[in-house]
Design a protein around this ligand. Structure first.
Ligand SMILES: [Mg+2]
Length: 190
């Protein structure tokens, strides 16, 4: 049997982020304003440049403070020989320290085959697309619906959506409301 290769996003998937709900709301309100003011392209993700912006961005990421419910299920799943798990986060280079300390806290070495972060500050969706192709992933788990749409467009992997209260009414074939549910689904594939 072919090994199933599955990639996971960090923030909002492996880590529970209580502000992600607010982020969806903020994006809906702020993005059109910002796009008008800065003539930013709608598709581009925000890359902080000044030190002040980087500080704010770090604070936002510090709020990803809790390992998500269901991570134990994922640990169990990683014992299955027919499945390989990978961690792929869009976190930018200047968030490296936080990323590395989370790897330790989640015992990533035991659970994941290998872990990657967005060292070269690519657009997060571009980085994820590259890694999905490079590793030949069959499945990728993501919480950001904008990214899901892009990955579905540019990769053949099956993209699972870990949705949230605000936007879970968006119709999508592979939509799940918990990491436990996702683990249950993955078990049916191996
Ligand atoms: Mg995420």
């Amino acid at each position: 049997m072919k090994t199933l290769k599955v990639g996971f996003d960090l923030d909002g998937v492996i880590l529970y982020n209580p502000v992600r709900v607010f982020r969806v709301a903020a994006k809906t309100i702020l993005k059109p304003i910002k796009a008008t003011l800065l003539h930013q392209e709608k598709a581009s993700f925000y890359l902080p440049s000044s030190n002040f912006e980087k500080l704010l961005w770090r604070i936002i990421h510090m709020t990803s403070f809790k390992i998500n419910n269901g991570y134990d299920d994922l640990k169990k799943l990683s014992d299955n020989k027919n499945i390989e798990l990978y961690l792929i986060t869009g976190r930018y280079n200047f968030l490296k320290d936080g990323y590395l300390s989370w790897l330790k806290r989640i015992d990533a070495k035991k659970v994941f085959q290998s872990c990657y972060y967005n060292e070269k500050n690519l657009q997060p969706n571009q980085f994820k697309e590259n890694m999905i192709k490079k590793l030949g992933l069959d499945v990728y788990v993501e919480d950001n619906f904008d990214i899901i749409e892009k990955l579905n467009h540019h990769t053949k992997a099956r993209i699972l959506w870990l949705n949230n209260i605000v936007d879970r009414n968006i119709p999508y074939q592979f939509s799940y409301s918990s990491l436990q549910e996702i683990c249950r689904y993955l078990k049916t594939l191996v």
